[in-house]
Write a protein that binds this ligand. Structure first.
Ligand SMILES: Nc1ncnc2c1ncn2[C@@H]1O[C@H](COP(=O)(O)OP(=O)(O)O)[C@@H](O)[C@H]1O
Ligand SMILES: [Mg+2]
Length: 278
């Protein structure tokens, strides 16, 4: 009897979760095989760019062990609140942009969290079911590196998501891991919106010349090999790092090469997924 109740409870939870998320038109998960390749940077600037274009946007940080999104949006000193004991109200970091992360839920940045798979799955479920996202054009989900519990939970809980963006850097080792992400998405039947090559050439802040410190073309080569969409390259540029540390993003730097490259990437992403919003 207890087991029957548990199954009924789970079915009801899934129904509530899908119901809540059905108000979001396009869900995009950003992933990569490696850490430090720029997933959070891409996720944050994609969300900032969409919001700036007038799209109603959310960003969900499911990197439970290293939630960087609030810092990158300059809201890491703030907290999430709930309307009652069941609903969580997302933080509005700027017009059109709602943010949810464990770093906004009383998480202490200096203290590592040691959680196992099922607990992580429950936290992610809560972020999808109990957060009052409202009507959104886009929800961008930032994930931890690799093909572990967190991206797997998202794929299982949101089978209708618009798709995933895979971020890689030009070197061989990163590309091997990016291939795993491609296989992961294919196995789970999640559409691949495209691949981004980050840190693709160093732009000298003094003279503007470009040096390919980590090589070049690895992301494009993977896209060609797997017949996936190549979304573009982002340069290795100190302004990108400063945008992250300062909480402003670099997308607002519309004059600089990085800001321009990201804007072009966002336009391709919109063209690739915007099937549900008129
Ligand atoms: N193209 C780039 N140029 C300069 N710094 C970058 C670039 N991409 C990312 N960074 C910086 O590298 C660090 C790691 O990026 P992050 O987005 O946190 O990676 P991930 O989420 O994949 O672990 C951050 O400090 C970020 O600002
Ligand atoms: Mg990250």
């Amino acid at each position: 009897m207890e087991q029957v109740n548990r199954i009924a409870e789970q079915a009801e939870e899934t129904r509530l979760l899908r119901d809540n998320m059905s108000r979001v038109k396009n869900i995009i998960m950003v992933m990569s095989g490696k850490g430090g390749v720029g997933k959070s940077t891409v996720a944050v600037n994609l969300a900032l760019g969409l919001a700036k274009m007038g799209k109603s946007t959310g960003i969900l940080d499911i990197d439970i062990h290293g939630p960087n999104v609030p810092k990158m949006l300059g809201v890491d000193d703030q907290q999430l609140f709930s309307s009652d004991e069941k609903r969580i109200i997302p933080l509005e970091s700027s017009p059109n942009l709602k943010v949810v992360s464990l770093a906004l839920a009383g998480y202490e940045p200096e203290r590592p969290i040691i959680w196992r798979g099922p607990i992580k799955m429950n936290v992610i479920k809560q972020f999808l079911k109990d957060v009052e996202w409202g009507e959104l054009d886009y929800l961008v989900i930032d994930t931890p590196p690799g093909t572990g519990d967190e991206p797997l939970s998202i794929c299982q809980l949101l089978p209708d998501m618009a798709g995933t963006i895979i971020v890689t850097t030009p070197q061989e080792v990163a590309n091997l891991d990016a291939m795993k992400s491609v296989s992961f998405a294919r196995e789970l039947k999640v559409p691949i919106i495209g691949i981004i090559e980050n840190m693709s050439g160093f732009v000298c802040p003094n003279c503007g010349s470009v040096s390919d410190i980590f090589g070049k073309g690895g992301g494009k080569a993977i896209a060609e090999r797997f017949k996936e969409n190549f979304l573009g390259e982002l340069p290795l540029d100190p302004r990108i790092m400063q945008g992250g540390d300062s909480g402003r993003g670099f997308i607002s730097d519309s004059e600089g090469p990085a800001g321009q490259a990201m804007t072009a990437i966002i336009e391709k992403i919109i063209a690739g997924v915007d099937t549900k919003s008129a």
